[in-house]
Design a protein around this ligand. Structure first.
Ligand SMILES: *[C@@H]1O[C@H](CO)[C@@H](O)[C@H](O)[C@H]1NC(C)=O
Ligand SMILES: *[C@@H]1O[C@H](CO)[C@@H](O)[C@H](O)[C@H]1NC(C)=O
Ligand SMILES: *[C@@H]1O[C@H](CO)[C@@H](O)[C@H](O)[C@H]1NC(C)=O
Length: 425
């Protein structure tokens, strides 16, 4: 490789340049020329046209690749042709914007995607002279490359196309620190990335070369970086936390090394753990080389959020991993002091635990105060009506009793009055 890197920067950013873009003529891909496929085509076309007179299937296997938005010329075979000829697309006489030249060639003007398909030309007796499959797209262009380095030996680089080509492509990729030691980077075509294990990690700069080739051309993109700058471990795994019995302000938090990090003392990681009471805005942090840390200043009686991330300890220019998911933990509480029941770990979803534990504890411990108020009111009403009822009843009783008593009294009065009247004055 003689290409020079003109504008790269030392900070590991990517410098790329175009090296070659060549046309590649493309005929007869493997599948179309395979005997099984041809036999199938023969049988298929024979069953469609029982006369068999119009079909010459060998010619249908021709595929022509052309750039979109260009003028495409299709020839009606190379043999001497009987003019005039008729062109069809997908067995229909409806063609995109075109003209037919005096020698029978079809010129498609400014082709769009909709112009793709199977073109065939017939002489005026209806005999098929030639057919060709047209596929349209663009030659490859610059790739946008990014690399992930999860440990000291592994590099994965992925890319996205800056030009959508619409055509199938092949890729080849190499990585090197020193041009004499070019290592192939193993390509995964469908997910558009490549993987390589490099032993030359300590070299200051590495270069990745990715070549994309399709039927219309090829393009090579170069990317230069420092693996040290890209080194970014995966997040620690199996984060867990527990309360410590007898200590209402202590929590014990632990985790495992990421499984993609070599788990021996030669490659220590530095961990950053942070925690806060649920609902608080501010995190407290503890840095540690161990994968186990004790919190001494937890807020008693409160659930806490905890998470952790990791970085290579030796090389401070490398990147922090992503944070782990958040876990939730509550310090130990004295069971003799009544309070919400002890809960230890919840799933990491912030939203669920901010609402769930509260509603569940209020329900299980003190009945809803509003319900209590309603019940009291009902009892009061019942008592009041009972009271009213008994008062009315007893009033009625008193009136009735007095009436019964009064009746004989008036009789007595009457007789005494009569007696008095009859008395001589
Ligand atoms: C295609 O042909 C048309 C008409 O002949 C012409 O005007 C146009 O410039 C051509 N386009 C290209 C991309 O060559
Ligand atoms: C012709 O057929 C091909 C598939 O073989 C299809 O992709 C294309 O859109 C068709 N073109 C038209 C104009 O119908
Ligand atoms: C480095 O990471 C890759 C990808 O995750 C993994 O396959 C490989 O085993 C790791 N290497 C070591 C030494 O752990």
């Amino acid at each position: 490789m003689t290409a020079g890197f003109s504008n790269h920067t030392a900070s590991g950013s990517v410098a790329s340049l175009r090296v070659s873009s060549s046309r590649i003529s493309f005929k007869m891909p493997g599948l179309l020329s395979s005997p099984v496929f041809l036999t199938f085509i023969c049988f298929f076309s024979w069953s469609l046209h029982p006369s068999g007179a119009r079909t010459q299937p060998n010619e249908a296997s021709d595929v022509k690749y052309e750039p979109l938005d260009s003028n495409v010329t299709l020839a009606c075979g190379n043999s001497q042709i009987r003019l005039p000829v008729v062109w069809h697309l997908n067995n229909s006489s409806v063609l995109p914007w075109h003209k037919v030249t005096s020698d029978g060639r079809l010129v498609l003007l400014n082709v769009a995607q909709s112009a793709q398909g199977d073109y065939s030309c017939y002489d005026n007796s209806g005999l098929l002279l030639h057919s060709v499959r047209l596929r349209l797209g663009y030659p490859p262009g610059e790739l946008k490359i990014s690399c992930q380095v999860p440990n000291y030996t592994h590099v994965r680089c992925s890319w996205i196309e800056s030009v959508k080509t619409f055509l199938p492509a092949n890729y080849s990729a190499f990585i090197w620190g020193n041009v004499k030691n070019r290592l192939p980077c193993v390509v995964n075509v469908t997910s558009k990335h490549c993987d390589v294990n490099t032993e030359t990690f300590w070299q200051t700069h590495h270069t990745l070369e990715v070549n994309e080739t399709n039927a219309l051309g090829s393009w090579t993109t170069y990317s230069r970086f420092r693996l040290h700058d890209l080194l970014k471990p995966n997040p620690p795994e199996s984060l867990r936390a527990k309360a410590q019995e007898g200590f209402p302000k202590k929590l014990m938090v632990s985790w495992n090394y990421p499984s993609s990090w070599p788990n021996h003392s030669g490659f220590p990681l530095l961990f950053q753990m942070r925690y806060r009471p649920l609902g608080s805005e501010y995190w407290s942090e503890i840095c540690s080389e161990d994968s186990e840390v004790e919190i001494f200043d937890a807020l008693a009686g409160h659930a806490h959020q905890v998470m952790v991330r990791a970085r290579d300890e030796v090389n401070s220019g490398s990147q922090w991993s992503e944070w782990t998911h958040i876990i939730l933990v509550k310090p130990w509480e004295d069971p003799s002091i009544p309070g919400p029941e002890e809960t230890v770990e919840f799933p990491d979803d912030l939203f669920t635990f901010s609402t769930k534990p509260e509603t569940s504890t209020t329900k299980s411990h003190n009945p809803n105060p509003e319900d209590e108020g309603n019940l009291g009111l009902v009892i009061l009403l019942v008592l009041f009506s009972v009271f009213i009822l008994t008062t009315i009843l007893s009033l009625v009783l008193v009136v009735w009793v007095r009436r019964r008593r009064k009746e004989p009294a008036t009789k007595q009065e009457l007789t005494s009055m009569v007696k008095m009247k009859s008395m001589p004055i």
